[in-house]
Design a protein around this ligand. Structure first.
Ligand code: AMP
Length: 592
């Protein structure tokens, strides 16, 4: 039985939660106050994410405290104190300077969760370059698109990933000035046209002074997918660290003594905001696991590393649920205090499974690449309604809106005051980690706003108690295992296959990963829709896109439904796939 409410824990906390009372925390909160919890650069020279995350602690009594504990795939482990992390990131900032790069350069990293990735991101922030981590499971095509769109000056990657995914696209990236390779066992020896990451790092000084950094200086770039066209590069600024820090406190309840584990990859926004920045600004020990999901491994990390706050994702929770709560109960987790999850709907069963397996409910929260940090959350300050994303954090004003504009007009919306009515989730603009633009796409950025409201693209409702409930997305973007996948990117690669005439891609509901990518293709004349061809198209998609993005299923259709203006009607493909009503088909080519 799933209860409607899980009452908040009222006693037994060894450390009092950061929010005691929700209403008074909201009333008392101000972003200026949140900013005051950070130090800023010495001498009033502004605010820099890496200073708040690393140097602030390295210059304090926390210098020798564990900052990152890296757990390697093969059992290796490496610890980095705040002081060590300061020296390594100073070295990398000096490497960038030594390469003649000026602040504002674009520094990309394509690597698994290895220490060098963390040193690169933080060192680039110190140098005041713009830092972008790419998901290492991407294939060459998504990598190329992002390096090109992002105007990458520098790419840090491993020898293996370079040879597999970058070498063939490098000629198509004329602006890419430097490739720094992290040597790995499988990668072999030196590669012409590249530099050695470790050699450069070792030769660089550990002394670096971060230059003046304005709160509005660009710091982080994250790509996110849309329904049409190329991915969008959301730009974030150094001042975002105020929100990274305060949300870590309010939504994740971070305290200085915590051992925190965020399971997300820095190639996705959660893995940067909460896998790198937020825990370090709190001076906590942050666990980084290089390996992919494995339930037994995860239970043992939670226990052995004495994780006290754990931030994970619904797909992972559901994969653990498959093994049953008894698997978790074989372990004990005396240190685990708070569990949170993000990225996709957390079903009530998963919230309750937390109680069964760990004795703690899982606290769902909501945000997205554009918001830069957690916006709506189940905090320790109030009861959980399983299935709800929670309530807006202090400093955040959310509402549900309906659109009033006519087709083609700029957005115009009305706030829906009545509870429990579905509409688009909107947020009052102005929190520090809000994105400041989509790279080279001002028009698309503007379309995200109606007056002072940021329109999230998600459909939701709010109940009479102020709890938000996710309904769905208002676009065709697919969420698979917590990763946002743009159908257009997949369709474009499918269309490159010599047999494919047209392609339409949808998210097909899946009980574990939320949605799987399913493609519908029609074939050019002279090609038979047989199993061999299906496998060939699948293999082509996997090679070009990477397994995380490629379709899991391909179905052949004689023709795909299109609107009269020629757009593939993904909505109709989805309705037909799911046996749902086809809705309005008046714009269907040849339709009613
Ligand atoms: P991303 O920008 O990749 O982080 O994806 C953001 C999108 O993930 C949101 O716009 C939602 O569609 C979805 N999402 C994030 N958190 C939740 C949640 N707690 N419940 C439901 N959907 C979520």
């Amino acid at each position: 039985m799933i209860p409607d409410i899980i009452h908040k824990k009222r006693s037994g906390w060894t450390t009092a939660p950061n929010i005691g009372d929700y209403e008074s925390a909201r009333a008392e909160f101000s972003w200026a106050g949140a900013r005051a919890a950070l130090s800023g650069l010495p001498g009033g020279r502004g605010i820099n994410i890496a200073h708040e995350a690393v140097d602030r602690h390295a210059g304090s009594e926390r210098a020798g405290h564990l900052a990152l504990r890296w757990l390697g795939k093969g059992g290796a482990r490496r610890d980095f104190t705040y002081l060590e992390l300061r020296d390594l990131t100073n070295r990398f900032a000096n490497v960038l300077q030594g390469l003649g790069l000026a602040p504002g350069a674009r520094v990309f990293v394509l690597a698994g969760r290895i220490p060098e990735l963390y040193v690169t991101v933080l060192g680039a922030l110190k140098h005041r370059s713009v830092s972008c981590a790419l998901f290492s499971a991407f294939g060459p095509e998504p990598i190329h698109t992002r390096l090109e769109m992002g105007g990458a000056d520098v790419l840090v990657t491993t020898t293996t990933l370079y040879k597999r995914k970058v070498a063939d696209i490098r000629a198509r990236l004329p602006q890419l000035k430097h490739v720094l390779l992290i040597a790995d066992e499988a990668g072999g020896g030196a590669v012409p046209g590249t530099l050695d990451f470790s050699n450069l790092l070792n030769a660089a000084s550990t002394q670096f002074e971060i230059g003046p950094t304005a709160a509005e200086d660009h710091a982080l770039l994250h790509f996110t997918s849309g329904t049409t066209g190329k991915p969008k590069g959301a730009v974030h600024v150094h001042g975002a660290v105020v929100a990274h820090h305060s949300t870590g406190s309010l939504a994740l309840d971070l305290h200085a003594g915590d051992v925190f584990w965020c399971t997300a990859d820095p190639g996705w926004v959660t893995g940067t905001s909460y896998g790198i920045v937020s825990p370090l600004t709190h001076g906590v020990a942050s666990i980084v696991d290089e390996a992919d999901f494995d339930a037994e491994r995860w239970y043992s990390i939670l226990r052995e590393e004495r994780v006290s706050v754990w931030y994970t994702a619904p797909t992972a929770v559901r994969m653990m649920m498959k093994g049953g709560a008894a698997a978790a109960r074989r372990y004990e987790f005396p240190d685990l205090r708070f569990i949170a999850s993000v990225g996709e709907p957390l079903n009530p069963q998963a919230v309750m499974w937390g109680v069964e397996a760990f004795g703690l409910p899982i606290h769902d929260n909501w945000w997205q690449t554009e918001t830069g940090g957690i916006m709506i959350a189940n905090t320790p300050a109030f009861d959980i309604k399983p299935g709800s994303m929670g309530r807006p954090l202090p400093g955040i004003t959310a509402c549900i809106v309906e659109h009033l504009e006519a087709e083609g007009e700029p957005p115009r919306v009305r706030v829906i005051d009545t509870p429990d009515v579905e509409g688009e989730l909107a947020l009052k603009a102005g929190w520090p980690s809000m994105f400041r633009g989509y790279l080279n796409n001002e028009a698309r950025y503007r379309k995200c706003f109606a007056g002072d409201l940021y329109l999230t693209g998600d459909l939701a409702r709010v109940d009479a108690d102020g709890y938000y409930w996710f309904v769905g997305r208002s676009d065709d973007v697919i969420k698979s295992a917590g990763h946002l996948i743009g159908p257009f990117e997949v369709e474009s690669v499918l269309m490159e296959h010599p047999a494919v005439a047209e392609a339409g891609v949808i998210g097909k509901p899946d009980p574990v990963v939320g949605e799987v990518v399913k493609a519908f293709v029609s074939l050019k004349d002279g090609h038979a829709p047989d199993e061999a061809l299906r496998m060939d198209i699948l293999a082509h998609a996997r090679k070009r896109l990477g397994a995380a993005v490629a379709p899991k299923e391909i179905a052949f259709l004689p023709v795909l439904p299109r609107t009269r203006s020629g757009k593939i009607m993904r909505r109709l493909l989805k309705a037909r796939e799911l046996g749902l009503p086809e809705g309005d088909t008046s714009t269907l080519e040849g339709g009613a």
